[in-house]
Write a protein that binds this ligand. Structure first.
Ligand code: CDP
Length: 201
């Protein structure tokens, strides 16, 4: 039976890690919807028109290994304000959400726009400083960030754009369980998420 877990929240709040662990726990499929916007953003940086890119996204676009760079993250949040881009990605996300074997989707608008009927909704957040520290720790070893202040500025710029856009702005759904991971380690955050989902099953 379809069972959708919607996990939304701001940049680098830990949604990816929590979503993967929750999907593994329940045996559900997982879709990182940020990757769709990153793939469109990457194609915009390569010279394509964002709407055309969103309408012709391929599996190959999604499997590239250069989608996690800070440049692509900023480009993703720029193409994400374009309604036609969001519309082009909608059906794929909705179909994934209702697959028969259960699904976890993480993003910004899963509980509010993509899947307002999701059986379980979580909003994962943390202070901007903590999120920037975590993202810096992830990017620095790969040579993708040299300065914590720059990462913090990037996170804030993206939050600002994501929260203030007209179409599908980042905000918790009314019935979402808020999980603030500022003082939680990964195991604690995953346990809190699983407890919240279990309460809806
Ligand atoms: O991993 P991180 O939290 O840094 O970002 P992401 O989830 O990969 O998302 C990259 C960007 O895509 C976000 O800043 C949003 O602008 C956009 N996005 C969106 O608009 N809606 C979604 N459902 C997912 C991502």
């Amino acid at each position: 039976m379809p069972f959708t877990i919607a996990i939304d929240g701001p940049a680098a709040a830990g949604k990816g890690t929590i979503s993967k662990a929750v999907a593994a726990h329940f045996g559900f499929a997982h879709l990182d919807t940020g990757l769709l916007y990153r793939a469109v953003g990457r194609r915009m940086l390569a010279g394509d028109a964002p709407i055309d890119a969103a309408q012709s996204l391929t599996q190959e676009d999604l499997e590239r290994d250069d989608l996690r760079t800070p440049e692509v993250a900023q480009a993703a949040s720029k193409v994400a304000v374009i309604s036609e881009v969001r519309a082009a990605l909608l059906d794929f996300q909705r179909a994934f959400a209702r697959r028969a074997d259960g699904a976890v989707l993480d993003g910004r608008d899963i509980g509010t726009v993509i899947c307002p009927e999701a059986e379980a909704k979580l909003f994962v957040t943390a202070s901007a400083e903590i999120r920037a520290q975590r993202r810096f720790a992830e990017l620095a070893p790969q040579g993708l960030a040299s300065n914590l202040d720059e990462v913090l500025a990037d996170v804030r710029a993206r939050d600002e754009r994501d929260m203030n856009r007209a179409d599908a702005p980042l905000k918790p759904a009314k019935d979402a369980v808020i999980i603030d991971t500022s003082t939680l380690d990964i195991a604690e955050a995953v346990a809190a998420a699983i407890t919240a989902v279990d309460a809806r099953r």
